[in-house]
Design a protein around this ligand. Sequence first.
Ligand code: AMP
Length: 214
Amino acid sequence: MLVKVVLMGPQGCGKGTQAELLVKEFGFKHFSTGDVLRARSKVDDALGREIKEIMLRGELVPPRIINSIVSEAVKSFDDLLFDGFPRNLDQAELLSSLTGVDSVVEIVISDDEAVRRISARRVCESCGKSFNLLTLPPKVDGVCDACGGRLVQRADDQPEAIRKRLSIYHEETEPLKDYYSNRGVPVFEINGEQSIEAVFADIKKVLSPLFDKP
Ligand code: AMP
């Protein structure tokens, strides 16, 4: 049976980094709505420009855009790791109408820690790999370890947009923990204020039973 896991947590909690490790460990297909939308926003047409403006403000893109992206991804015959989706109750209902969820993992960090980390975040403008000047610096200043591309700060990682995104997380995304536990889906809260390896070990422990791994 295919495994579906929702990975959630406030901006800067290390979701992207953990998702990469989980893909290697368990063979998930990583489905990040943020990554899909960022790629689409680079296309210079009406939809691309609309997505770009919404993302710049740190707001959520509307259902008509998200729904088609998600419906397409859920058709995949892979174990899926949802990252950045669902973000509110409507999206959780949409996902429930398409597929069941086996587990929800939330990586928990404080708002202060989130702002500190996000301000230090850099992404490669060519391949999209993430770095963090505090926790995961590149080998050479300003240069991507993977492809040699230039490292830049995401436009929505500016303070005003960060605050907006954190408040949306608390108001709209956090309640999904109750949504899932009320439906009998296990929700695991992982302390995200530990080393990358320790966070990964904690997540691995709670997800391993889904793959019958010791
Ligand atoms: P992320 O990379 O997950 O932090 O997402 C970056 C931005 O993409 C968000 O601030 C939203 O503007 C948009 N976005 C990502 N996922 C969703 C989603 N599930 N629903 C609506 N907007 C989203």
